[in-house]
Ligand binder design. Sequence first.
Ligand code: ADP
Ligand code: 5GP
Length: 192
Amino acid sequence: MSHDSNNIMVILSSPSGAGKTTISKKIQQKYQNFKISVSHTTRKPRSNEVEGIDYYFVDENNFKNKIKNNEFYEYAKIFGNYYGTSKESVLNLLNNKNDVLFDIDWQGTQQLSRFKELNLLKIFILPPSKEELKKRLIQRNQDKLDVVEERLKAYDADSAHKQDYDHVVINDNLENCFKEVEKIILIKKGKK
Ligand code: ADP
Ligand code: 5GP
């Protein structure tokens, strides 16, 4: 994977429900040059999700074929579904001189980190508490309760991976969290 050295690739990871998708979208809205890398997944779409914007929704056979054909930079099985970053979609963004935002988990982050030439900035978002996380997962109101429970159960193990990241930011007040993430990104860009 090669890229324009002025461009950065920001990875936002967190326990599910902490707010990384919300923050990624806010960054993309404010900074036109930032584009979110659209992943492939075998998960079923939530009612507000749009094909090609939130994910490319594919079935398991299709996903496994893409694995076989080496079409992913990274992929992982998370909560029983496959998720992956296709080379094609990232290269399209880089060729258009975009900065790239990845909303991927710690497994994908470890895999992307092996590409040493990448200008990665790795940020881990945490909720203020597990109770608040549960509220957000329920409030998102898109996943069945057993799915919420499964995601809550992964909280401790997921959080332990914060040590793999350059920065850890608590998402208590959304605006404050956004500002903090924004500042981290602007400092990194300013250093170029
Ligand atoms: P993730 O992508 O990390 O799984 P989302 O961005 O989907 O999380 O956020 C989960 C839910 O919490 C969404 O309904 C979102 O609107 C809400 N949310 C995000 N940040 C905050 C916050 N700071 N305070 C309250 N609710 C939030
Ligand atoms: P969700 O089902 O809530 O959209 O996402 C579940 C988890 O999958 C989140 O932690 C999200 O960051 C992660 N994820 C989404 N796309 C990818 C991807 O392409 N690769 C990896 N490794 N994780 C992803």
